[in-house]
Design a protein around this ligand. Structure first.
Ligand SMILES: *Cc1c(COP(=O)(O)O)cnc(C)c1O
Length: 222
């Protein structure tokens, strides 16, 4: 695992340099959804501090085992599961509908928490993918001013699977351009500083196109 992580770090630094940033500007989220605590401990010993899970039960379990690590919720979050994980993650990447925002807001207010989230955008338009259509994002963000406990910190997307990462470069570029357009709006409670995009197959291209959070599972753990 050490060699894999070293290589990934080199690639992150190279891609960051190509987009005039440094490796320190990029957050590596190790997606541990397919592995157990041994692998998490091993990755943590290599200095990885951020981990991603896509199921609430598993996130809660691992967060309890490793409370000092930073846990990210990257999968679809059912409204009735919000209460099980609130306060256990540093960032939810998969905010994809208004009633989920309302549920998080209500739960967070009652428990005096603030919750940071990224809005998941379905850039590619694939039917089976979650996420708001790009055209709905501005309206959603305008409404986010009503929320006080839930803060929108950026955008997230999942690119289609592709044998050649160059094929999905336009998807990443479009999310970046959407972020740039939205930065010009003055929106209460919204600070679009994060772009979470790029996985094992395509993280270098994603960083070149502006990602500052990458979610990498198989390239680390397989
Ligand atoms: C599983 C998953 C990843 C990691 O995918 P790999 O191809 O294993 O790197 C990233 N993001 C999301 C939302 C995932 O579900």
């Amino acid at each position: 695992m050490l060699e894999k992580v070293s290589l990934i770090r080199e690639k992150i630094a190279r891609a960051a340099a190509l987009s005039r940033r440094s490796a320190d500007d990029i957050i590596l989220v190790a997606v541990s959804k397919t592995v157990g605590e041994v692998e998490v401990r091993q990755a943590a010993s290599m200095g990885i501090s951020d981990f991603g899970e896509n199921r609430t039960r598993e996130l809660a379990r691992k967060q309890q085992l490793f409370p000092t690590l930073r846990w990210h919720m990257i999968g679809r979050l059912q409204t009735n599961k919000v209460k099980d994980v609130l306060g256990r993650f540093v960032l939810i990447h998969s905010l994809d509908r208004w009633n989920l925002a309302q549920e998080i807001e209500q739960r967070a207010r009652v428990t005096h928490l603030t919750v940071d989230a990224l809005l998941q955008v379905n850039i590619s338009g694939e039917q089976q993918k979650a996420g708001l259509p790009p055209a709905d994002v501005a309206c959603f963000l305008d409404s986010a001013g009503e929320l006080s406990a839930l803060r929108i910190k950026g955008l997230m997307t999942i690119a289609p699977e592709a044998s050649d990462p160059e094929k999905v470069r336009p998807v990443f570029r479009e999310l970046y351009q959407l972020q740039q357009r939205l930065l010009g709006r003055n929106m209460a409670n919204v600070d679009l500083k994060y772009l979470s995009m790029g996985m094992s197959q395509d993280f270098e291209v994603a960083i070149e196109e502006g990602a500052n959070i990458v979610r990498i599972g198989s390239a680390i753990f397989n």
